[in-house]
Design a protein around this ligand. Structure first.
Ligand SMILES: [Zn+2]
Length: 335
């Protein structure tokens, strides 16, 4: 590669080197790994517009990252999600159209503008409020696109409520014989998990799933009704609640339990954070929980797998098949 060197006063061979350079961005010194062209003969830096633009862009990126500023592609994505033109987005936010255009081509947003558009993205109520106040500034087609987008967005449900809706729909899709003739009750399911996690030491997840199964099936055997209304299926290591990942995720995201790696490295231990709420359960149900706890207190996860593999509920069902509560009548390990 050859370029004109001002120091040598002639065209010279040159090379690109990488080194840390500091650029002022809005008054802050920002250091990035820069690419610089140098003369092979005298070692001076040579100006190169393409490399210089790249270095500045890296400094801007680093500044955005430090200040939590949205990138051009983020702003374009927010605008396109609502089917808005640059003019339309500007109208909703009370900005000038030129401002939106500049932010989308790489200019750094001001902090108040950054906060405003971030809120427009993350807070549906705020987006609705802006739209209500400023929709007359939009064209007819743009207005109807935003309107239909806002209609599709959930009210203001936090994500865990969507998880809960999903769980409800999965469990209610099962017939009664698979739910223990009982409506699914997420609070009871969550508190069963809290009960086992707070009354046993180092309960790994795979053991917990079988404790839930035994508790629901023992309750059904004794009173013809499960405790949680959960549906269970046949899996490699024994019967497990269907959709248990979503259930555990939901309970964890509500701050009731936490998962910690087990000392042995064999899976996650379930730790109770919330206190067990015994007011949700009948005396008979509490007795079932205590009995299951006492029976399996010292069992390892592997031990529980072996025990559950001997149950008719497991022997007579296929992989992934839902398990009928009718098998509760033949429980062997605990009655
Ligand atoms: Zn030179």
């Amino acid at each position: 590669m050859r370029a004109c060197c001002d120091v040598c006063g002639t065209e010279r061979d040159c090379r690109v080197v990488q080194r840390d350079e500091t650029y002022p961005v809005k008054g802050d010194p920002i250091t990035v790994r820069a690419q610089v062209m140098v003369c092979n003969e005298c070692g001076e830096d040579l100006f190169n517009a393409r490399l210089d633009d790249g270095n500045l862009e890296r400094a801007f990126q680093e500044y955005r990252r430090m200040k939590g500023l949205l990138a051009p592609k983020d702003i374009i994505a927010i605008r396109e999600k609502y089917g808005l033109s640059q003019r339309g987005l500007a109208a909703l936010l009370s900005w000038s159209p030129a401002t939106v255009a500049r932010y989308e081509t790489g200019a750094l947003p001001s902090v108040p503008h950054n906060e405003q558009i971030r809120r427009f993205r993350d807070d549906v109520d705020y987006a609705r409020e802006l739209f209500g106040a400023r929709k007359d500034h939009l064209g007819r087609l743009e207005r109807s696109r935003v309107e239909s987008m806002l209609r599709q967005l959930p009210e203001d449900d936090p994500p865990q409520d969507l998880l809960l809706q999903y769980l409800m729909s999965k469990y209610s899709a099962q017939e009664d014989e698979f739910r223990g003739r009982c409506q699914f009750d997420v609070d009871k399911a969550a508190n069963m998990i809290v009960f086992f996690a707070s009354n046993m030491r180092n309960v790994v997840k795979s053991k917990l799933l079988k404790l839930l199964w035994y508790a629901d099936f023992v309750a059904y055997r004794r009173a013809f009704k499960s405790i949680s209304g959960m549906a269970y299926c046949h899996n490699y290591y024994g019967p497990i609640p269907m959709e248990h990942e979503v259930l555990i995720w939901h309970i964890q995201s509500n701050g009731m339990i936490d998962l910690k790696p087990h000392d042995s490295g064999k899976g996650d231990c379930v730790e109770a954070i919330a206190l067990f709420d015994d007011s949700l359960f009948t005396g008979e149900e509490l007795q079932v929980l205590r009995d299951v706890c006492a029976r399996f207190r010292s069992a390892t996860a592997t031990g529980m797998t072996k025990v559950s593999h001997r149950e008719d509920a497991y022997v007579r069902t296929q992989m992934k098949e839902p398990i009928s509560y009718d098998y509760a009548m033949n429980l062997k390990a605990i009655q």
